[in-house]
Design a binder for this molecule. Structure first.
Ligand SMILES: [Zn+2]
Length: 138
């Protein structure tokens, strides 16, 4: 019997975090992470997890042509958000919201959501999505 470690296991640390770098000199946050601050050039950086922060929606795009296996998730809404504290820009799928309910500036929170399942008894893959912090009652 051959035991294969699934790729999702190896990449789990990255998949369940949104790792960014924060500059210790100027305090700005970069995402994707970078060893050198893109704002001031300092190499004094620390890693921060943007999953600990809510974010404000800047803009989004709605994707109707989805990959095979993702049909039930159609349409996929991909958002660009700015985290409230770090002011880092993040691109991630939006969930628990209809396209009509989206408004620029709305506050959203990161959540782990099932992305796909490999067969009936297979692995379940999770990824980070953002959902409205307070869902509109209208
Ligand atoms: Zn800096």
């Amino acid at each position: 019997m051959r035991i294969v470690i699934p790729p999702s296991w190896r990449t789990r640390i990255y998949r369940y975090r949104i790792t960014a770098t924060k500059c210790k000199k100027c305090g700005r946050t970069a995402y994707p992470p970078s060893n050198i601050c893109r704002y001031c050039g300092s190499r004094e950086i620390e890693f921060v997890d943007l999953l600990n922060e809510n974010a404000r929606l800047i803009t989004w795009t709605i994707i109707y042509n989805v990959m095979e296996g993702f049909e039930e998730r159609r349409p996929v809404i991909l958002g660009i958000l700015e985290t409230l504290d770090s002011k880092a820009r993040v691109m991630a799928p939006l969930t628990d919201v209809l396209p009509d309910e989206l408004k620029p500036g709305m506050v959203m929170e990161p959540v782990l959501r099932r992305i796909m399942e490999e067969g009936e008894h297979g692995l379940i893959h999770y990824g980070v999505s953002y959902r409205p912090l307070i869902k509109s009652s209208q």
